[in-house]
Design a protein around this ligand. Structure first.
Ligand code: MG
Ligand code: MG
Length: 247
């Protein structure tokens, strides 16, 4: 069942979303060669708490850290570690904040220092696919309109769109109905209506779409070890269209 949110609830989620955005902007200052993902995690945790929020991901189904840090071939759910970022790496930061009973969730991928042109293109295009999807978010459209827009935008580039993980509804729970796939799979999906709050989050591989789960039972990695990008915003469906809550 899809849980529609009231104006009051969306106002809280807007506050939580703003904290996610502020945390992301804060962390951007620290993305440099030599910093470890564990250090980024600590900075994020302290900052989220200083804003009055709680890191959504900490202990979520046993996740050991406050944020997800996925480097290069890691697609999503990377666990912060002593791994040092190097010039030319890609790092995805996936951030969640819990505030007054509601979650906000957003992810962005960054280059560390100077990166290869094909990596920069992957970032630019994955982010553009997110916004192409969001543009379809309006009442009486369907979830699949978002999915199709993402897939169609990416198709010419030949990237691998990850299928095993998708966007999702969000609210009192970090993951609610409906699923928001980044590709079309022959189903219109749910009709969009005002009060729905969803995360749209394409995960896009430079090479093939094949992924696997590492032994830590969290980190998702590309099978061909080529890099991956991930961009996510949390949005609310409004009477007119959408509002991005994580900016
Ligand atoms: Mg996320
Ligand atoms: Mg999400």
């Amino acid at each position: 069942m899809i849980i529609l949110k009231s104006k009051r609830e969306i106002a809280i989620m807007r506050e939580a979303g703003k904290m996610v955005y502020q945390t992301r902007k804060y962390l951007e200052n620290f993305i440099k060669p030599g910093i470890t993902t564990k250090e980024l995690d600590k900075l994020a945790e302290d900052y989220i708490i200083s804003l009055g929020g709680v890191p959504s991901f900490k202990n979520y189904q046993g996740f050991p850290s406050s944020i997800c840090t996925s480097v290069n071939e890691e697609v999503v759910h990377g666990i912060p570690s002593k791994r040092k970022l190097k010039e030319g790496d890609l790092i995805s930061l996936d951030l969640g904040v819990y505030y007054q009973g509601y979650h906000a969730d957003s992810a962005y991928t960054y280059g560390v220092g100077k990166i290869k042109e094909e990596y920069q293109l992957l970032l630019t295009r994955t982010k553009a696919s997110l916004f192409a999807g969001i543009e379809q978010a309006k009442p009486n459209n369907y979830i699949s309109d978002i999915s199709k827009a993402i897939e169609n935008y990416l198709k010419p580039f030949g990237y691998g769109i990850v299928e095993e993980f998708t966007g999702h509804g969000i609210g009192k729970d970090l993951h609610e109905k409906p699923y928001v796939p980044n590709f079309f799979y022959n189903d219109k999906g749910e009709k969009l209506e005002p009060g729905m709050t969803i995360c749209v989050e394409p995960m896009v591989n430079l090479g093939s779409k094949q992924i696997y789960l590492k032994n830590d039972n969290w980190t998702v990695v590309t099978r061909d070890r080529k890099v991956s990008a991930h961009f996510e915003h949390m949005i609310a469906i409004t009477n007119e269209g959408y509002e991005i809550l994580t900016k």
